[in-house]
Design a protein around this ligand. Structure first.
Ligand SMILES: *Cc1c(COP(=O)(O)O)cnc(C)c1O
Length: 433
């Protein structure tokens, strides 16, 4: 195990990138702003591993921020893509693969009776909000502090990791008139939601949330929270929307809604269902989805939506996930990892609390419990920055922000978990002083 990695080439590439692209990246959190140090420039990925341009290998706990749940560049996904590419990359016309992935999503996700494919989670959330408003004839929406629903204007209010990481409470360029319709409440706080409903009678189109949070660090719903939101929305004639862009096909094959038995009216998906290609989707009750154009009046479109490559990667990934024992394996790998991390921190006298559900985990370096974003912010970010750096030196690639969840995959075996836990032991012992 090398203590000091040679990352000369990464540094060179990244300094050129800084001249070419804002912050040198195509998406902000990749820039390591909240942990310090230089971002690593990747060359290739395979299974649980990523290699940088200097040839260093890392065990990867980001998995392209979620999609790589079967492991990076799974041979079956790659072969399917190679076959599909021979037929062309984009049709701009109906394609049988869309039916296939749509059927798989509808079969899997309890709330989804009909689905529309788009190209990202952001697009899915943006479109779902328009649909919520159209269906209810109301303009307001309730979201939770720290939940991220993509970067559309009306969601850039208390939007979690990416924004929090940069210390921007909001983004310039977002008109007040847009966010005036976005009401926020602390996560896990039903009373706050009740209050918003009573202060805004007949004005709230619905409630959107990450049913397990991954964008404010990893935060789970307390018992009764999801059920309470289901009741409140129904009572008030508004819609419940689960943003399962991150949790869909990760927490279980049917997402959080299947695992916890609470069925929303609408669901957004992304990440895993694209198998590493750009895909998002939104779906729900037929009665609501039928309002989407061209079946109904709510406009939404996309040049590359439902393209055969993205559909192929999604279909193959879901086929792999559907196999017997998948989620048991993910659950046991991930709980072994997080239990080991917690033990290791405690052995070194470092305050920690964390947990996992299925293939998603997280920890905060503070006394728990953490039930919402305010409590998440008591995390010792400076210490996390040091930890991140020490882990990186030891070939472990963690999300470069304390406010991101971690992801495991089917390719993470006991061997990788053992090596990771050894690196945690060493790193905690270095940073405790
Ligand atoms: C990643 C994410 C999004 C945005 O998806 P993009 O594909 O990055 O646009 C939306 N909601 C949640 C919960 C996410 O994790």
């Amino acid at each position: 195990m090398t203590d000091i990695l040679n990352t000369t080439h990464s540094k060179e590439v990244f300094s050129s990138a800084l001249e070419l692209m804002p912050g040198g990246v195509s998406s902000p959190v990749r820039a390591f702003k909240s942990v310090g140090g230089q971002p690593i420039v990747f060359d290739r990925v395979k299974g649980p591993y990523a290699w940088d341009v200097d040839g260093n290998r890392y065990i990867d706990y980001i998995g392209s921020w979620g999609p790589a749940i079967c492991g990076h560049a799974h041979p079956e996904v790659i072969t399917a893509l190679q076959e599909a590419i021979e037929k062309g990359t984009s049709f701009g016309a109906p394609c049988i693969l869309e039916n296939k992935l749509a059927e798989m999503v509808i079969d899997a996700v309890p709330s989804v009776e009909m689905v529309r494919f788009v190209n990202s989670g952001t697009e899915a959330c943006m479109a779902v909000l328009r649909l919520m408003r159209a269906f209810t004839g109301r303009d307001k929406v309730i979201k939770f502090d720290g939940c991220y629903h993509g970067h559309a204007d009306m969601f850039l209010v208390k939007a979690g990791s990416g924004v929090a990481t940069l210390g921007l409470p909001d983004s310039p360029g977002v008109p007040r008139t847009t966010t005036a319709n976005t009401l926020t409440a602390p996560y896990n706080d039903l009373e706050a939601v009740k209050k918003l409903f009573s202060e805004n009678p007949d004005a709230i189109s619905g409630v959107i949330l990450e049913p397990i949070v991954g964008n404010a660090g990893f935060i789970t719903p307390e018992p009764g929270f999801l059920e309470g939101l289901r009741e409140l929305t129904t009572e008030n004639g508004s819609l419940l929307v689960f943003d399962e862009v991150m949790t869909g096909f990760r927490i279980s094959y049917g997402g959080v809604q299947e695992k916890f038995g609470v069925t929303p009216d609408l669901t957004t998906l992304g990440k895993v269902i694209g198998g590493g290609l750009p895909v998002g989707a939104y779906g729900g009750r037929k009665e609501i989805m039928s309002m989407v154009a061209p079946s109904g009046p709510v406009y939404q479109a996309g040049t590359l939506s439902g393209n055969p490559l993205a559909m192929t990667a999604g279909i193959k990934t879901l086929e792999l996930l559907k196999q017997e024992g998948t989620y048991e394996k993910l659950e046991s790998t991930t709980s072994r990892l997080i239990e080991g991390i917690i033990q290791s921190a405690e052995n070194n006298g470092i305050a920690i609390n964390g947990g996992s559900v299925s293939a998603m985990f997280g920890f905060f370096l503070c006394e728990g419990p953490v039930r919402n974003f305010e409590e998440a912010k008591t995390n010792n970010s400076e210490l996390f920055g040091k930890l991140h750096m020490e882990m990186l030196k030891r070939g472990i690639y963690l999300a470069p922000s304390p406010f991101e969840a971690g992801f495991t995959s089917l390719a993470h075996s006991d061997e990788e978990i053992d090596r990771t836990l050894e690196a945690f032991d060493q790193s905690f012992s270095v940073i405790k002083n």
